[in-house]
Design a protein around this ligand. Structure first.
Ligand code: HEC
Length: 123
């Protein structure tokens, strides 16, 4: 008579284990490692930027925080054209969800921002 209860319990436990395992496997690798930049500020004050740059900032904030903190690119040491090379590198990572068109818009923002913040090395 207690048999169905046992089976249902086993099914629930196995189901939960499968869901948990899939969650861990799908977690991007970058999330497992931390960089010093991850502990810095995780936003850029774009209130003085031109409106099209503010739009690109939103794109950047959404796309570049999928695998790691947004703080990582915000506090990184790349300037100007070096961003282009780096964003293309990110685009090639599996599951990046970045098309060349989107990447180019983000690069324009990052280059503008690296000049606008004028802090020498963005830190
Ligand atoms: C598919 C996952 C993924 C996405 C999306 C992604 N990154 Fe990364 N990022 C990584 C990984 C993994 C690392 C760790 C270093 C490596 O493996 O190259 C990293 C590291 C970085 C670093 C640190 C480099 C350093 O040495 O200081 C910066 C900066 C960076 N990413 C910027 C970006 C930007 C900008 C975007 C959005 C265009 C982006 N990332 C989107 C996976 C991703």
């Amino acid at each position: 008579m207690r048999q169905p209860v046992v089976w249902i319990t086993v099914l629930i436990v196995v189901g939960l284990m499968v869901i948990l395992t899939m969650g861990v496997l799908r977690m991007p690798k970058a999330a497992l490692k931390t960089f010093p930049a991850d502990n810095g500020s995780n936003f850029i004050d774009v209130s003085n930027y031109p409106s099209e740059m503010q739009e690109r900032y939103k794109l950047f904030a959404r796309k570049c925080s999928r695998c790691h903190t947004l703080a990582r690119p915000v506090n990184s040491v790349f300037l100007g054209e070096a961003w282009r090379k780096y964003v293309y590198k990110m685009m090639k990572k599996p599951g990046a969800g970045l098309t060349p068109k989107v990447a180019d818009e983000i690069i324009e923002f990052l280059i503008y921002d690296s000049q606008a913040r004028k802090k020498g090395n963005n830190q």
